[in-house]
Design a protein around this ligand. Structure first.
Ligand code: CP
Length: 330
């Protein structure tokens, strides 16, 4: 059910004469995909494409970004840091709470309130669902949710959309399989919610115990997204344009279920024999064993390019959140 075509996104917010883009995200928080409009998403993707193709201007000059990571991260933290530095901004923050006064009993809210007087924008990753929203409620400055428990990871969904647009030249009209831990995977939750804004056919591949939460299925239904449930990769590989693999979180469920999903959801090169030529495999990473390393050598593998795109998308997001107007050199 087509709603809006990405090709039409356009550059409606750009004045082609002076190359000024009026930000649709200036001063906003970015806490979940559900709260982003199609126009905001398209503006991020568009600016990210510009940043990928040319030198980035110093749009964060004199800005300080607090990178607050209460949970481990490789890609999200370091790509946000790279993005901040490339845009001329400066970074304060931490990669664990070990050295914080939280260890003395200080609350998250007090910590964030104080940091919001030191920094111009706060990025929060936290193991508890809802932590980024709590931070936003007490922060005097905009907050980005960089992953909160099993809830949301909106900036990952933005870079997933950017990568899909890049490798398929479109988003609307694609068939996409979401594979693995659909119940606890926050990247899946954010991506599935983003699908409500596009014409995407979803194939949900997981054991029954790890299927997509009902409230997200309800959102898909309400928005006319076609989706179906599947138990094995073999069923869906020939039908899809994107295979979005995710890590199985062994710690979340019993051993019998884990053994079952392990067998069904490991992608090996032989499973790709029936794939369409344009199939691309995405994975938010880190992977454990769900994609055989041999798959990396196939033309279908696109997960490392996906991770690289995190820098451009996060550059675009930071630039738009902290600048009312963004001048793009053409
Ligand atoms: N995709 C992702 O969030 O990776 P990190 O946990 O390494 O940040």
């Amino acid at each position: 059910m087509a709603r809006v075509h990405t090709e039409a996104c356009s550059l409606s917010t750009i004045n082609q004469n002076d190359s000024i883009m009026k930000s649709l995200l200036y001063g906003h928080d970015v806490l979940s995909m559900k709260e982003l409009s199609l126009a905001q998403i398209q503006q991020v993707l568009e600016l990210a494409a510009t940043f990928k193709s040319e030198d980035v201007p110093a749009l964060l000059k004199n800005k300080i970004i607090a990178h607050c990571f209460f949970e481990p991260s490789t890609r999200t933290r370091l790509s946000f840091e790279t993005a901040t530095l490339r845009l001329g901004g400066q970074v304060i923050g931490f990669s664990s709470d070990e050295s914080l006064s939280i260890k003395k009993g200080e609350t998250l809210q007090d910590t964030i309130q104080v940091l919001s007087h030191y920094a111009d924008l706060i990025i929060v990753r936290h193991p508890k669902e809802g932590a980024a929203r709590l931070a936003a409620e007490t922060s005097a400055k905009p907050v980005i949710n960089a992953g909160d428990g099993a809830n949301q990871h909106p900036t990952q969904a933005l870079l997933d959309l950017f990568t899909i647009q890049e490798c398929q030249n479109k988003i609307d009209g694609l068939a996409i399989a979401l594979v693995g831990d659909l119940k606890y995977g926050r990247t899946i939750h954010s991506f599935a919610q983003a699908c409500t804004l596009f014409d995407i056919r979803l194939f949900l591949v997981s054991p029954d115990s790890l299927t997509l939460p009902d409230f997200i299925c309800d959102e898909l239904k309400r928005n006319g997204v076609r989706f179906s449930f599947h138990q094995s990769l073999e069923e869906v590989v020939p039908k899809v344009d994107i295979l979005y693999m995710t890590r199985i979180q062994q710690e979340r469920f019993n051993d019998a279920d884990y053994q079952l999903i392990k067998k069904r959801c490991i992608l090996t090169p032989d499973l790709l024999a029936t794939a369409k030529p344009n199939l691309k495999i995405l994975h938010p990473l880190p992977r454990v064993n769900e994609i055989d390393a041999e798959v990396d050598k196939t033309p279908h593998a696109y997960y490392f390019q996906q991770a690289a795109n995190g820098v451009y998308v996060r550059e675009a997001l930071l630039a738009l959140m902290l600048n009312e107007n963004v001048q793009v050199l053409t």
